[in-house]
Design a protein around this ligand. Sequence first.
Ligand code: ADP
Ligand code: 5GP
Length: 207
Amino acid sequence: MNIEKGLLIVLSGPSGVGKGTVRKSIFDDPSTDFKYSISMTTRNMRQGETDGVDYFFKSREEFEALIADDQFIEYAEYVGNYYGTPVQYVRDTMDNGYDVFLEIEVEGAKQVRKKFPEALFIFLAPPSLEHLKERLVGRGTESDEIIKNRILEARKEVEMMNLYDYVVVNDEVDLAKARIQSIVEAEHLKRERVEARYRKMILEAKK
Ligand code: ADP
Ligand code: 5GP
């Protein structure tokens, strides 16, 4: 059977912009039919998180062994911890015709851009950098030092918008979710994609 390969969707943007929140809202919506690729990380588990749901939590040794074994599509060291996307799940799921959704920081997104130039890259942007600061402080899970590092990082990241296909402002979670869903829907209707589907149908009808 000929299954059309799923899309690779990459949501990225500055830390604290709301990637995790928007991603959860997308996957809480029963109309969403794409699959979330759970990342691996060496950071400590936060309260309320579950291993194998929010992340696969690994030691540095385990993570470095996986890097050596080429088990990541991309990985990055971010504020002292490794984060990475396991290759197997993404490839298998796309081959089975499902869209795969990655929620990753910008260094990782750059690496994915090189390996999968045909993927769909969405940059989640804060309404303003001040909002970003308020939100990071408001979350209350990080020390002042870490917050300072993350804000420095975020300023650099905002300048990296030009690597992306779309920019979605996260003014309200529901609006950002709906915008992302519309972008994915439109991507499926791109002429190149639809044309390829029709060509395949015609070839099969000729047999
Ligand atoms: P990221 O995953 O990008 O680091 P989070 O999803 O952890 O960001 O969000 C950071 C903080 O901002 C959280 O406290 C979250 O509840 C809040 N937040 C996210 N999106 C919005 C929004 N649209 N409006 C107001 N607060 C938001
Ligand atoms: P947090 O520690 O807040 O869960 O995540 C910190 C940052 O790491 C966020 O920007 C998040 O999007 C990013 N991140 C999560 N998983 C991955 C991943 O697999 N690869 C990369 N490069 N970044 C990730």
